[in-house]
Ligand binder design. Structure first.
Ligand SMILES: O=C(O)CCC(=O)C(=O)O
Length: 362
Protein backbone atom coordinates (compact mmCIF):
# COMPACT_ATOMS: atom_id res chain seq x y z
CA UNK A 1 0.00 0.00 0.00
CA UNK A 2 1.15 3.50 -0.68
CA UNK A 3 4.03 5.02 1.23
CA UNK A 4 2.74 8.10 2.92
CA UNK A 5 3.11 10.42 5.85
CA UNK A 6 6.00 9.49 8.05
CA UNK A 7 7.90 11.21 10.81
CA UNK A 8 11.36 10.55 9.55
CA UNK A 9 11.05 10.59 5.83
CA UNK A 10 13.10 13.74 5.70
CA UNK A 11 16.01 11.43 6.48
CA UNK A 12 15.56 9.93 3.08
CA UNK A 13 16.06 12.63 0.57
CA UNK A 14 16.71 11.61 -2.18
CA UNK A 15 14.99 8.23 -1.88
CA UNK A 16 17.18 5.30 -0.98
CA UNK A 17 18.28 3.08 -3.82
CA UNK A 18 17.17 -0.54 -3.76
CA UNK A 19 19.27 -2.25 -1.10
CA UNK A 20 20.55 -4.97 -3.39
CA UNK A 21 21.97 -2.52 -5.87
CA UNK A 22 25.54 -1.34 -5.53
CA UNK A 23 28.34 -2.36 -3.24
CA UNK A 24 27.99 -4.19 0.08
CA UNK A 25 28.96 -0.93 1.80
CA UNK A 26 26.14 0.98 0.02
CA UNK A 27 23.77 -1.77 1.02
CA UNK A 28 24.87 -1.58 4.67
CA UNK A 29 24.38 2.21 4.63
CA UNK A 30 20.95 1.73 3.12
CA UNK A 31 19.98 -0.73 5.83
CA UNK A 32 21.25 1.58 8.58
CA UNK A 33 19.35 4.58 7.24
CA UNK A 34 16.25 2.47 6.77
CA UNK A 35 16.48 1.24 10.36
CA UNK A 36 16.85 4.84 11.63
CA UNK A 37 13.89 5.94 9.58
CA UNK A 38 11.74 3.06 10.73
CA UNK A 39 12.59 3.77 14.38
CA UNK A 40 11.44 7.38 14.01
CA UNK A 41 8.31 6.39 12.11
CA UNK A 42 7.49 3.76 14.73
CA UNK A 43 7.87 6.41 17.46
CA UNK A 44 5.15 8.46 15.79
CA UNK A 45 2.95 5.38 15.50
CA UNK A 46 3.47 4.61 19.19
CA UNK A 47 2.60 8.18 20.22
CA UNK A 48 -0.60 8.04 18.19
CA UNK A 49 -1.44 4.67 19.74
CA UNK A 50 -1.24 6.20 23.21
CA UNK A 51 -3.57 9.01 22.17
CA UNK A 52 -6.21 6.80 20.62
CA UNK A 53 -8.80 5.19 22.83
CA UNK A 54 -9.52 1.49 23.01
CA UNK A 55 -10.44 0.21 19.55
CA UNK A 56 -13.88 -1.20 18.90
CA UNK A 57 -14.30 -4.01 16.43
CA UNK A 58 -15.20 -3.01 12.90
CA UNK A 59 -18.44 -4.91 12.39
CA UNK A 60 -20.84 -5.25 9.48
CA UNK A 61 -23.22 -2.31 9.93
CA UNK A 62 -26.57 -3.29 11.43
CA UNK A 63 -29.12 -4.32 8.85
CA UNK A 64 -26.50 -5.11 6.26
CA UNK A 65 -26.62 -8.72 5.22
CA UNK A 66 -26.40 -10.79 2.09
CA UNK A 67 -29.80 -9.48 1.12
CA UNK A 68 -28.40 -6.00 0.44
CA UNK A 69 -29.57 -5.11 -3.06
CA UNK A 70 -26.85 -4.50 -5.63
CA UNK A 71 -24.39 -2.94 -3.19
CA UNK A 72 -26.59 0.04 -2.29
CA UNK A 73 -26.54 -0.40 1.48
CA UNK A 74 -22.80 -1.09 1.51
CA UNK A 75 -22.22 1.97 -0.66
CA UNK A 76 -24.29 4.14 1.68
CA UNK A 77 -22.22 2.98 4.66
CA UNK A 78 -18.97 3.43 2.76
CA UNK A 79 -19.97 6.98 1.87
CA UNK A 80 -20.96 7.75 5.45
CA UNK A 81 -18.15 6.14 7.44
CA UNK A 82 -15.42 5.80 4.81
CA UNK A 83 -15.07 2.11 5.67
CA UNK A 84 -17.36 -0.90 5.57
CA UNK A 85 -16.83 -4.54 6.50
CA UNK A 86 -18.08 -7.35 4.26
CA UNK A 87 -17.79 -10.90 5.54
CA UNK A 88 -17.10 -14.01 3.51
CA UNK A 89 -16.00 -12.38 0.25
CA UNK A 90 -13.57 -15.28 -0.23
CA UNK A 91 -14.38 -18.86 0.71
CA UNK A 92 -12.02 -20.32 3.33
CA UNK A 93 -10.61 -22.69 0.69
CA UNK A 94 -9.89 -19.83 -1.67
CA UNK A 95 -8.23 -17.84 1.16
CA UNK A 96 -6.05 -20.86 2.06
CA UNK A 97 -5.06 -21.38 -1.54
CA UNK A 98 -4.23 -17.70 -1.88
CA UNK A 99 -2.17 -17.70 1.34
CA UNK A 100 -0.01 -20.54 -0.01
CA UNK A 101 0.20 -18.76 -3.38
CA UNK A 102 1.39 -15.44 -1.91
CA UNK A 103 4.03 -17.19 0.19
CA UNK A 104 5.38 -18.98 -2.89
CA UNK A 105 5.21 -15.77 -4.96
CA UNK A 106 7.10 -13.89 -2.28
CA UNK A 107 9.97 -16.37 -2.54
CA UNK A 108 9.84 -16.28 -6.31
CA UNK A 109 9.86 -12.47 -6.32
CA UNK A 110 12.88 -12.34 -3.99
CA UNK A 111 14.71 -14.75 -6.30
CA UNK A 112 13.81 -12.65 -9.34
CA UNK A 113 15.06 -9.49 -7.64
CA UNK A 114 18.31 -11.22 -6.68
CA UNK A 115 18.67 -12.22 -10.33
CA UNK A 116 18.26 -8.64 -11.59
CA UNK A 117 14.55 -7.75 -11.82
CA UNK A 118 14.08 -4.24 -10.33
CA UNK A 119 12.79 -4.44 -6.79
CA UNK A 120 10.02 -1.95 -7.57
CA UNK A 121 8.59 -4.38 -10.16
CA UNK A 122 7.93 -6.90 -7.40
CA UNK A 123 7.65 -4.97 -4.12
CA UNK A 124 6.36 -1.56 -3.06
CA UNK A 125 7.52 0.54 -0.13
CA UNK A 126 5.31 0.61 2.91
CA UNK A 127 4.77 2.97 5.76
CA UNK A 128 7.22 1.40 8.20
CA UNK A 129 9.05 -1.24 6.21
CA UNK A 130 10.65 -3.22 8.99
CA UNK A 131 8.91 -6.60 9.40
CA UNK A 132 6.43 -5.69 6.70
CA UNK A 133 6.35 -6.54 3.05
CA UNK A 134 4.16 -5.31 0.19
CA UNK A 135 4.29 -7.93 -2.55
CA UNK A 136 3.00 -7.08 -6.02
CA UNK A 137 1.14 -10.10 -7.36
CA UNK A 138 1.00 -11.74 -10.77
CA UNK A 139 -2.29 -12.12 -12.58
CA UNK A 140 -2.64 -15.88 -12.63
CA UNK A 141 -3.59 -18.92 -10.59
CA UNK A 142 -4.99 -18.25 -7.13
CA UNK A 143 -4.91 -14.47 -7.71
CA UNK A 144 -7.39 -14.88 -10.58
CA UNK A 145 -9.54 -17.29 -8.59
CA UNK A 146 -9.69 -14.68 -5.83
CA UNK A 147 -10.62 -11.95 -8.31
CA UNK A 148 -13.44 -14.17 -9.51
CA UNK A 149 -14.84 -14.45 -5.99
CA UNK A 150 -14.29 -10.74 -5.27
CA UNK A 151 -15.56 -9.25 -8.54
CA UNK A 152 -17.22 -12.07 -10.48
CA UNK A 153 -20.87 -12.62 -11.24
CA UNK A 154 -22.33 -13.24 -7.83
CA UNK A 155 -19.90 -11.14 -5.85
CA UNK A 156 -20.88 -8.38 -3.45
CA UNK A 157 -17.97 -6.13 -4.33
CA UNK A 158 -18.67 -5.67 -8.04
CA UNK A 159 -22.08 -4.06 -7.36
CA UNK A 160 -20.51 -1.97 -4.61
CA UNK A 161 -17.79 -0.67 -6.93
CA UNK A 162 -20.41 -0.01 -9.62
CA UNK A 163 -22.34 2.04 -7.10
CA UNK A 164 -19.40 4.15 -5.93
CA UNK A 165 -17.49 4.67 -9.17
CA UNK A 166 -19.21 2.95 -12.08
CA UNK A 167 -18.02 0.35 -14.57
CA UNK A 168 -15.12 2.53 -15.64
CA UNK A 169 -13.31 2.22 -12.31
CA UNK A 170 -9.77 1.01 -13.02
CA UNK A 171 -7.86 -1.67 -11.15
CA UNK A 172 -5.11 0.20 -9.33
CA UNK A 173 -3.57 -2.37 -7.01
CA UNK A 174 -3.15 -6.14 -6.80
CA UNK A 175 -0.91 -7.07 -3.93
CA UNK A 176 -0.48 -8.69 -0.55
CA UNK A 177 0.69 -7.10 2.68
CA UNK A 178 2.64 -9.20 5.15
CA UNK A 179 2.96 -8.05 8.72
CA UNK A 180 5.41 -10.21 10.60
CA UNK A 181 5.83 -10.83 14.31
CA UNK A 182 7.38 -7.70 15.80
CA UNK A 183 5.98 -5.26 13.21
CA UNK A 184 5.39 -1.94 14.99
CA UNK A 185 2.28 0.20 14.62
CA UNK A 186 2.35 2.44 11.55
CA UNK A 187 1.55 6.14 11.84
CA UNK A 188 -2.00 6.98 10.84
CA UNK A 189 -2.29 8.04 7.23
CA UNK A 190 -4.70 8.40 4.35
CA UNK A 191 -3.47 6.86 1.10
CA UNK A 192 -4.42 9.92 -0.90
CA UNK A 193 -5.15 13.58 -0.09
CA UNK A 194 -8.74 14.68 0.50
CA UNK A 195 -10.86 15.17 -2.59
CA UNK A 196 -14.56 15.86 -2.80
CA UNK A 197 -15.10 12.96 -5.18
CA UNK A 198 -13.34 9.95 -3.68
CA UNK A 199 -10.54 8.97 -6.04
CA UNK A 200 -9.74 5.50 -4.69
CA UNK A 201 -11.26 2.59 -2.83
CA UNK A 202 -9.30 -0.37 -1.48
CA UNK A 203 -10.36 -3.81 -0.30
CA UNK A 204 -8.25 -5.50 2.40
CA UNK A 205 -8.99 -9.23 2.60
CA UNK A 206 -7.80 -11.38 5.51
CA UNK A 207 -6.10 -14.61 4.50
CA UNK A 208 -6.33 -15.96 8.05
CA UNK A 209 -8.34 -15.08 11.12
CA UNK A 210 -6.94 -11.85 12.57
CA UNK A 211 -6.73 -11.54 16.34
CA UNK A 212 -6.02 -8.36 18.33
CA UNK A 213 -2.37 -9.29 18.88
CA UNK A 214 -1.76 -9.88 15.15
CA UNK A 215 -1.89 -6.13 14.50
CA UNK A 216 -5.19 -5.64 12.68
CA UNK A 217 -5.72 -2.54 10.56
CA UNK A 218 -7.04 0.41 12.57
CA UNK A 219 -9.58 2.68 10.89
CA UNK A 220 -10.75 6.08 12.05
CA UNK A 221 -14.27 6.18 10.59
CA UNK A 222 -15.58 9.45 9.18
CA UNK A 223 -12.08 10.84 8.65
CA UNK A 224 -12.39 10.86 4.84
CA UNK A 225 -13.85 14.35 5.08
CA UNK A 226 -12.40 17.78 4.41
CA UNK A 227 -12.78 18.75 8.07
CA UNK A 228 -10.96 15.66 9.32
CA UNK A 229 -8.07 16.12 6.88
CA UNK A 230 -7.78 19.77 7.84
CA UNK A 231 -7.62 18.87 11.52
CA UNK A 232 -5.22 15.97 10.97
CA UNK A 233 -2.83 18.15 8.96
CA UNK A 234 -2.81 21.00 11.46
CA UNK A 235 -5.48 23.12 9.79
CA UNK A 236 -4.17 22.91 6.24
CA UNK A 237 -5.44 20.78 3.40
CA UNK A 238 -2.47 22.04 1.46
CA UNK A 239 -0.12 20.41 3.99
CA UNK A 240 -2.08 17.18 3.46
CA UNK A 241 -1.55 17.41 -0.26
CA UNK A 242 2.17 17.91 0.22
CA UNK A 243 2.65 15.25 2.85
CA UNK A 244 0.42 12.56 1.45
CA UNK A 245 1.16 10.26 -1.44
CA UNK A 246 4.29 10.29 -3.47
CA UNK A 247 5.53 13.73 -2.48
CA UNK A 248 8.56 14.32 -0.31
CA UNK A 249 7.61 12.78 2.96
CA UNK A 250 8.56 15.38 5.49
CA UNK A 251 6.70 15.18 8.66
CA UNK A 252 7.73 17.70 11.15
CA UNK A 253 3.99 18.42 11.44
CA UNK A 254 3.02 17.86 15.06
CA UNK A 255 0.55 15.12 15.90
CA UNK A 256 -2.84 16.76 16.53
CA UNK A 257 -3.35 15.25 19.96
CA UNK A 258 -6.76 16.75 20.61
CA UNK A 259 -8.08 15.50 17.29
CA UNK A 260 -6.87 11.96 17.88
CA UNK A 261 -7.99 11.76 21.50
CA UNK A 262 -11.57 12.39 20.48
CA UNK A 263 -11.79 9.88 17.65
CA UNK A 264 -13.53 6.56 17.45
CA UNK A 265 -11.06 3.88 16.38
CA UNK A 266 -12.10 0.55 14.94
CA UNK A 267 -9.89 -2.48 14.39
CA UNK A 268 -10.56 -4.98 11.65
CA UNK A 269 -10.72 -8.30 13.47
CA UNK A 270 -11.51 -10.09 10.25
CA UNK A 271 -12.00 -13.80 9.88
CA UNK A 272 -10.36 -15.62 6.98
CA UNK A 273 -12.04 -14.45 3.76
CA UNK A 274 -13.64 -11.30 5.27
CA UNK A 275 -12.72 -7.85 4.05
CA UNK A 276 -12.80 -4.16 4.84
CA UNK A 277 -13.50 -1.79 1.96
CA UNK A 278 -12.36 1.79 2.53
CA UNK A 279 -12.27 5.15 0.88
CA UNK A 280 -8.51 5.72 0.67
CA UNK A 281 -8.91 9.21 2.10
CA UNK A 282 -9.87 7.65 5.45
CA UNK A 283 -7.20 7.62 8.17
CA UNK A 284 -5.95 4.14 8.95
CA UNK A 285 -2.81 2.20 9.82
CA UNK A 286 -1.55 -1.31 10.46
CA UNK A 287 -1.24 -1.86 14.21
CA UNK A 288 1.57 -3.71 15.99
CA UNK A 289 1.92 -7.43 15.42
CA UNK A 290 2.67 -8.76 18.89
CA UNK A 291 1.81 -12.34 17.98
CA UNK A 292 4.07 -15.14 16.70
CA UNK A 293 2.01 -15.25 13.46
CA UNK A 294 2.37 -13.59 10.07
CA UNK A 295 -0.70 -11.56 9.07
CA UNK A 296 -1.35 -11.79 5.33
CA UNK A 297 -3.71 -9.31 3.77
CA UNK A 298 -4.52 -9.64 0.08
CA UNK A 299 -5.73 -6.44 -1.48
CA UNK A 300 -7.01 -4.73 -4.57
CA UNK A 301 -7.96 -1.14 -5.16
CA UNK A 302 -9.81 0.73 -7.89
CA UNK A 303 -9.48 4.33 -8.98
CA UNK A 304 -12.09 6.62 -10.40
CA UNK A 305 -10.82 7.76 -13.81
CA UNK A 306 -13.03 10.85 -13.66
CA UNK A 307 -10.94 12.41 -10.92
CA UNK A 308 -7.29 13.17 -10.54
CA UNK A 309 -5.61 10.46 -8.52
CA UNK A 310 -2.45 10.92 -6.53
CA UNK A 311 -1.11 7.89 -4.74
CA UNK A 312 1.50 5.26 -5.19
CA UNK A 313 0.19 1.95 -6.29
CA UNK A 314 1.08 -1.58 -5.47
CA UNK A 315 0.71 -3.22 -8.85
CA UNK A 316 3.11 -4.80 -11.28
CA UNK A 317 4.03 -2.30 -14.04
CA UNK A 318 2.54 -4.44 -16.83
CA UNK A 319 -0.95 -4.25 -15.30
CA UNK A 320 -1.18 -0.52 -14.59
CA UNK A 321 -4.09 1.39 -16.17
CA UNK A 322 -5.09 -1.71 -18.10
CA UNK A 323 -8.25 -3.16 -16.55
CA UNK A 324 -11.56 -1.46 -15.88
CA UNK A 325 -14.22 -3.11 -13.77
CA UNK A 326 -16.06 -3.76 -17.03
CA UNK A 327 -13.02 -5.51 -18.54
CA UNK A 328 -12.55 -7.60 -15.42
CA UNK A 329 -16.19 -8.66 -15.33
CA UNK A 330 -16.06 -9.60 -19.02
CA UNK A 331 -12.86 -11.62 -18.62
CA UNK A 332 -14.13 -13.43 -15.54
CA UNK A 333 -17.29 -14.31 -17.41
CA UNK A 334 -15.29 -15.63 -20.36
CA UNK A 335 -13.07 -17.67 -18.04
CA UNK A 336 -16.09 -19.54 -16.61
CA UNK A 337 -14.23 -20.39 -13.42
CA UNK A 338 -10.88 -21.20 -15.09
CA UNK A 339 -7.85 -19.07 -14.25
CA UNK A 340 -6.55 -18.54 -17.79
CA UNK A 341 -7.58 -18.93 -21.41
CA UNK A 342 -5.54 -18.48 -24.57
CA UNK A 343 -5.59 -14.87 -25.69
CA UNK A 344 -7.59 -13.80 -22.66
CA UNK A 345 -7.05 -10.37 -21.10
CA UNK A 346 -5.41 -11.71 -17.94
CA UNK A 347 -3.21 -14.13 -19.83
CA UNK A 348 -1.94 -11.39 -22.14
CA UNK A 349 -1.14 -9.11 -19.22
CA UNK A 350 0.57 -11.91 -17.34
CA UNK A 351 2.65 -12.64 -20.44
CA UNK A 352 3.61 -8.95 -20.62
CA UNK A 353 4.67 -9.11 -16.97
CA UNK A 354 6.83 -12.17 -17.62
CA UNK A 355 8.35 -10.53 -20.69
CA UNK A 356 9.22 -7.47 -18.60
CA UNK A 357 11.00 -9.66 -16.05
CA UNK A 358 12.76 -11.66 -18.78
CA UNK A 359 14.11 -8.48 -20.32
CA UNK A 360 16.17 -7.98 -17.14
CA UNK A 361 17.23 -11.58 -16.85
CA UNK A 362 18.43 -12.31 -20.38
O1 LIG B 1 -1.16 -3.31 7.68
C1 LIG B 1 -2.29 -2.89 7.46
O2 LIG B 1 -3.29 -3.50 7.79
C2 LIG B 1 -2.47 -1.57 6.77
C3 LIG B 1 -1.29 -1.19 5.94
C4 LIG B 1 -1.37 0.19 5.38
O3 LIG B 1 -2.30 0.90 5.54
C5 LIG B 1 -0.25 0.71 4.60
O4 LIG B 1 0.81 0.05 4.54
O5 LIG B 1 -0.38 1.80 4.01
Amino acid sequence: MALLLTAASALLSPPLPPSRAGSPRASATHDLLRADMDAAVAARGALERRLLGTPRPLGPPPGLGFSSARGKAEAAELRRAGVVRLDGVLTPDCADELAAFVDAERERAEAEVSAGVPRQSRFEDLVLVSRRCDLLLPLRGAAVRALDQLLGRNSRLAPLFREVMGERGVLNELACLFSEPGAAQQPLHPDTPYQKTPPLYAVFVALQDVSVDMGPTFYLPETHTKEAHEAFYGGSLEAGRRLCGEGTLKSNTPVNEEFLRGRVVQHALLKKGDCAVYNQCVLHCGSANLSPHVRRQFYISMYNPKVQVRAKRSMRPAFRNKLTLKDISAELKALKGATSRPGGAFELLDAADRAEADSYLS
